[in-house]
Design a protein around this ligand. Structure first.
Ligand code: PLP
Length: 422
């Protein structure tokens, strides 16, 4: 059969909702079991009430468009401004600070990179091409996306043994064409916060824009701190921080797609805007790459933030921290297993000098745990949410069995992936 004969034919239509729903369920019958904490990323659920509130708010504004938040959907525009105000307060932005609601972490990063590039180019006598971004090897691949799109070079600095970026090595990569330095709070692969105070000092000394990627930690780490957990500054209290990204749809527990990016100064946010006016419809200006955006995500974020508030986030932070401590202790109690870093949040990465982690991961996959590996060092990586609380004992028991079985096992190819490609 040819490729086109294998394609699905355009539907005739007329399917009823019950039939569609049943068919959808059938399509998803062998999905990974995220509801029981068997997926190491992708899904962040708080409690059932918070999920219902987010869903209900989303569907109240299902048809409106976030793009029309200023001109048509005033309620949506107001909720968006309030959510951004909450973030400006949480991240201690000065009066000049401004935020943008975006459809995801990658886009928040894209927006910040564009602003930083244009700010660099606006300097008198600045190079316009051949610009670079200097960042830890552990920084998220979203920066590579932005760099590939905007023709920028990425320079990745190595990590110290505690998996935070090596400041001296990073500094050595900075030159006159460096338009941006990046630090993570925390980084995805190891769950640790980079030495941001030192990065901030460097940014000030060398007059380079510093972006903090707090896509993972932004909306929850302040509550770790309020609970008495040690969390270094990662926000606008650091003078070198010029922009910061923080995802609502991760540890803000808001429905997807929802992220935020904040700027110390309005002029920087204006640089990030996309403006076009050559076409017949006049000036088209958006703060995001996206034009049409789901208004439901804005309403849902507003509702979830007002439902959880500082009490709800502090409780979630406490549960996440307690759960992570318990996982760490249990995993380290397994012979030969060790954490590759002491996590600052609920992202863990562990491996072994004696066990073959590829085989262990394959064994875990066989036991029904979607498992991802990092490279160098090879480690099992889990971005744990509250969904991982309940299955801890089962996970640890299976891990112990997997380690035991892997000692005599041959690797099962392609059972564990090293990435999270869709
Ligand atoms: C540290 C970090 N930054 C950025 C992103 C990108 O976020 P998104 O998947 O919402 O685009 C992620 C995603 O996991 C991340 O872990």
């Amino acid at each position: 059969m040819s490729e086109s004969e294998l394609r699905h034919a355009f539907p005739k239509g007329g399917a009823s909702w019950p039939d569609l729903k049943a068919e959808m369920a059938e399509y998803s019958a062998d999905d990974a079991d995220w509801r029981h904490g068997r997926v190491p990323m992708f899904v962040f659920k708080n409690d059932a009430e918070t999920q219902d509130i987010g869903r209900n708010a989303f569907f109240e504004y299902f048809t409106e468009n976030g793009l029309g938040g200023t001109r048509a959907f005033h309620g949506v525009g107001r909720m968006e401004r309030e959510v951004l105000d909450y973030g400006l307060a949480l991240f201690e932005a000065p009066d000049t600070g401004v935020g943008v609601f975006s459809p995801g972490g990658s886009e928040s990063i894209f927006i910040a990179v564009k602003a930083a590039r244009d700010a660099y180019r606006a300097r008198a006598g600045a190079a316009q091409l051949g610009l670079n971004i200097v960042m830890p090897v552990s920084a998220h691949a979203a920066f590579d996306k932005a760099a590939q799109t905007m023709d920028l070079e990425i320079r990745r600095a190595p990590l110290r043994p505690d998996m935070r970026v090596d400041i001296a090595a990073l500094g050595a990569l900075v030159d006159d064409c460096t338009m941006l330095i990046v630090g993570s709070a925390p980084c995805y692969p190891h769950g640790v916060v980079d030495p941001l105070e030192q990065l901030s000092d460097m940014a000030v000394d060398r007059d380079v824009w510093l972006h903090v990627d707090a896509c993972v930690g932004g909306w929850i780490l302040p509550f770790y701190r309020r609970n008495g957990r040690e969390v270094g500054p990662f926000d606008f209290t650091l003078p070198g921080v010029r922009s910061l990204s923080a995802d609502l749809h991760k540890f803000g527990f808001c429905p997807k797609p929802a992220s935020t990016v904040f700027f110390r100064d309005r002029a920087d946010q204006e640089r990030a805007q996309f403006v076009a006016d050559a076409w017949p419809s006049g000036v088209f200006r958006t703060a995001t790459l996206a034009g049409t955006r789901p208004a439901g995500a804005v309403a849902a974020a507003w509702a979830v933030l007002n439902h959880l508030g500082s009490v709800g986030y502090a409780r979630a932070a406490d549960r996440l921290a307690t759960m992570t401590d318990a996982y760490v202790a249990d995993i380290q109690a397994i012979d030969g297993m060790q954490m590759w870093a002491k996590p600052d949040m609920s992202l863990i990465n562990f491996g072994s000098h004696i066990h073959d982690m590829t085989k262990v991961a394959a064994q875990m996959t066989q036991r029904g745990w979607l498992t991802t590996l990092t490279r160098r060092p090879v480690g099992i990586h889990i971005m744990m949410s509250l969904l991982h609380e309940e299955p801890r004992q089962q996970y640890v028991a299976d891990l112990r069995a997997a380690v035991h079985a892997s000692a005599s096992d041959t690797p099962v190819p392609n059972m564990a992936s090293t990435g999270y490609a869709s």
